[in-house]
Design a protein around this ligand. Sequence first.
Ligand SMILES: Cc1cc2nc3c(=O)[nH]c(=O)nc-3n(C[C@H](O)[C@H](O)[C@H](O)COP(=O)(O)OP(=O)(O)OC[C@H]3O[C@@H](n4cnc5c(N)ncnc54)[C@H](O)[C@@H]3O)c2cc1C
Length: 430
Amino acid sequence: MREHYDVLVAGAGPAGLAAAQAAVSHGARVGLLDMQARPGGQVWRHDVRLPAAPAARQAIEALQGVKLLARHSVVTAEPSALRVETPTGSDLLSFGSLVLATGARELLLPFPGWTLPGVTGAGGLQALAKQGWPVAGKRVVIGGSGPLLLAAADTLRKHGAHVLGMHEQASAATVRSFAWQLRRWPARAAQAAGLRLRLAGVPYRCGSFVREAIGGDAVRGAVIETPHGTRQVECDLLAVGYGLVPNTELAALLGCALDEADAHPRVRVDALLRTSVANIHAAGEACGIGGLAVARIEGAMAGHMAAGDVAAASALLPRRDRERRFGALLARHFTLDPRLRELADERTLVCRCEDVALGALAGYDDARAAKLATRCGMGACQGRICGTALAELGRFPRGGARPPIFPARLATLAGLADFSPDDARRGNRP
Ligand SMILES: Cc1cc2nc3c(=O)[nH]c(=O)nc-3n(C[C@H](O)[C@H](O)[C@H](O)COP(=O)(O)OP(=O)(O)OC[C@H]3O[C@@H](n4cnc5c(N)ncnc54)[C@H](O)[C@@H]3O)c2cc1C
């Protein structure tokens, strides 16, 4: 089936929701797609037990006139259309303008024992709990870096978990400096203070990180490195995440330029969120990690731009710049301790999908050669976890995106054969 939208928005997180709302306000025919069953993205992910945040409810209720395309996963793209896999088949969605609001994912770093059942990302465990995975009564250790550790702890406690502690790798001095500078964003300072209050009694250790997960069939403890030495703690679940990295695969597939200044690329946009490809805008975490507020503002800007209202988008620029400065503050304060890059040993699995150990990658200096020889990155996550981790470890730069960017049914892949002759000429074959 082929459908056309004046404005198509890829990703229904806070940025995509705001983009769709802004675009539809100009009378455009708007489609908003997401691979998830419900809109909300990461921060507003539907919680099976707890009510949605008022802002999330409002953003979702404001979608009148927008065609919501849930469980639509973009698997490949051409300049003016996206091939999506749906629960019942696959569709080709063509667009006049496209807004990329594909968000971010957690950065997971390999360490001995990280593949044991019961070890997850911090945001990963938060997402599982929201989706109904039972955590009540479980002893949880949280580790990693950044504000997500607190948000995850808060959610897990609301779901009845017993959070034993949060281990932030940044030093206490750095975290204090971050907290002090938060005063320039009063709403955020209030939000952080509220979180800390709710988490009173849960130890928050700085300069501290998970060195190893211990267990047989499942995790039963963690070895923690602290400024005062190493200690061991028993737990039922271990949730470790080292911040976020932008999802840029779809943008790359569409030929949008990426900003590759550090290990994790972001979609390159100008002040009005235009990518390097005409009629494609990008917004939110795909353009760099900045949090909820910037995602919402950029989403609205991109929606106005996609519908052709430059003035409405420009009016939001000062607010956007201010919130982007918060993103820069985050990045400055939660840089990773180099010791984290040394945790994995030669036997530690790096590619969890294909069981490839770090030692098996010795002698390869580019991701493609390593992939061909070892299958590293060829599994279900398509290199999202291992490729990102290896880039952070300084082993290989992140490889380019190739379709399908998400696992797809054979019938969907078969449909690609007549998808685009240009695609075929470019060698973009699954
Ligand atoms: C696991 C996790 C947990 C988080 N928890 C919190 C929290 O508790 N509090 C907080 O303040 N911040 C949290 N964040 C940060 C949060 O991501 C941002 O603040 C905010 O959600 C960014 O909004 P966004 O719209 O840019 O992206 P997102 O919210 O990430 O939304 C992007 C959407 O795009 C969809 N998508 C991506 N690629 C495709 C594709 N190919 N096909 C179809 N759909 C696609 C995704 O399914 C997703 O719904 C979390 C981040 C992560 C990764």
